[in-house]
Design a protein around this ligand. Structure first.
Ligand SMILES: Cc1ncc(COP(=O)(O)O)c(C=O)c1O
Length: 404
């Protein structure tokens, strides 16, 4: 028999660090776009574990691959080869057009690995004096929670009282091409940026921004690192968000949906010499590239393509966005999105977005507030048109309320 919901929540509160403030729902099962709580209530998941569950919860083919591999071989460390890694490299390289792959685990590790690699490239290939490499990043960025990364965050909650931080980062406004041009120096090795700023509230840069970014980076021999950990793998209606802008990054970061939510798998993909600078012993991870992770990631990539999830994200995303735009409510300031990466920004006077998420929960939708006034909508990419329409009805009924 499962414990009452309040016991789970109270025990978490008593024994766990309070670094999250979840909605009062305790989930115990998931399938496709749905999750169920311990009381058997069903919800449409409109967060998808921050886009890690693009393929839907407990996708049977990914699960089968995981179970099969778990019974054969899970971890060898990279001290020995395993019979899954080469296949993973081949398949992800073929899908993304990358030349080199560095497998890691969490998204933050992929970001850290990219930072290390571009610095090394800067010293050994570009000729930047040792210890002087600069990396340009954007205000309101979110690249993870490690010390290196939060050091260049502009979110006080993410960085306050965690310092001292590593130097070598220049912060510019997102979407401002002149600011990028002005920030580049002969010591700049990379520009690290999200194609769409996810945690900041689904912020889409001006049209043409990334084409100009690409040109500037190429002109100044600066590596363009696109953090596609949230935007990648179909979320925006393309395999990679960079495809909307017709560009190619020098370094692409993937994580989250690379495992369909089964296991932490991330990767640094490189089209340039960047990963080539890493020599044995200079970087690594006990779990990175393990056979279980590779088998899971291979299945996660396969179902994404074979089951048409990327195309579905484009079609259902357009339907969802149009539906959101047609909702008439004084509480809504703006709706925006690309593919199934959507956001409703409320007027500050409408009250905290969290209250709206609580009402959505009561109506059978789990969604997440961000930055007080924004509700993110990012369901699994397997959502059907009927489910989109049902979600729109619930959202419309929720946002007409005013919690100010
Ligand atoms: C764009 C982006 N980069 C990096 C990360 C960090 O990934 P992880 O939580 O797996 O370390 C996230 C997580 O939300 C993200 O959205």
């Amino acid at each position: 028999m499962s414990a009452p919901v309040n016991d789970f929540i109270a025990t978490e509160a008593r024994l766990g660090a309070h670094n999250y403030k979840p909605l009062d729902v305790v989930l115990s099962r998931g399938e496709g776009v749905f999750v169920w709580d311990t009381n058997g209530n069903r919800y449409l998941d409109c967060l998808s574990a921050y886009s890690a569950v693009n393929q839907g919860h407990c996708h049977p083919k990914i699960m089968a691959a995981m179970v099969e591999q778990a019974g054969k071989l899970t971890l060898t460390s990279r001290a020995f080869h395993n019979d899954q890694l080469a296949h993973f490299y081949e398949e992800i390289a073929a899908l993304t057009g990358s030349h080199k792959v560095l497998p890691m685990n969490s998204g933050a590790e992929a970001v850290e690995s990219a930072i290390k690699s571009v610095r090394k490239w800067g010293y050994e290939v570009k000729g930047v004096p040792n210890g002087q490499a600069e990396i340009i990043v954007c205000a309101e960025n979110f690249h993870g929670r490690t010390l290196g990364i939060v050091g260049f965050s502009t979110d006080p909650a993410a960085r306050d009282h965690f310092g001292p931080f590593a130097p070598g980062f220049t912060i510019i406004p997102f979407g401002d091409i002149r600011a990028l041009e002005a920030a580049i120096t002969p010591r700049t090795v990379a520009f690290l940026v999200e194609p769409i700023q996810g945690e900041a509230g689904v912020i889409i840069p001006p049209a043409g921004y990334f084409a100009e970014v690409r040109q500037l980076c190429t002109a100044h021999n600066v590596m363009l690192i696109l953090d596609e950990i949230q935007t990648g793998l179909g979320r925006t209606g393309k395999l990679l968000a960079e495809q909307h802008d017709g560009i190619e990054a020098d370094v692409t970061l993937l994580g989250k949906a690379l495992s369909g939510g089964f296991y932490p798998v991330s990767a640094v993909l490189s089209n340039s010499d960047v990963l080539g600078t890493l020599k044995p012993g200079q970087h690594g991870s006990t779990f990175g590239g393990n056979p279980l992770a590779c088998a899971v990631a291979r299945a996660a990539l396969r179902v994404l393509v074979e089951e048409g999830m990327i195309e579905n994200a484009a079609v259902q995303g357009a339907r969802f966005l149009e539906g959101l735009r047609s909702i008439r409510a004084n509480t809504i300031r703006e709706v925006r999105g690309r593919g199934l990466m959507l956001a409703i920004e409320l007027h500050p006077e409408a009250g905290a977005a969290r209250r709206y998420c609580e009402v959505l929960q009561a109506r059978g939708i789990l969604a997440k507030d961000t930055h007080d006034h924004t509700i993110r909508i990012a369901p699994p990419l397997v959502i059907t048109p009927e489910q989109v329409d049902w979600a729109l009805e619930q959202i419309a009924a929720t946002v007409v309320q005013d919690f100010s």
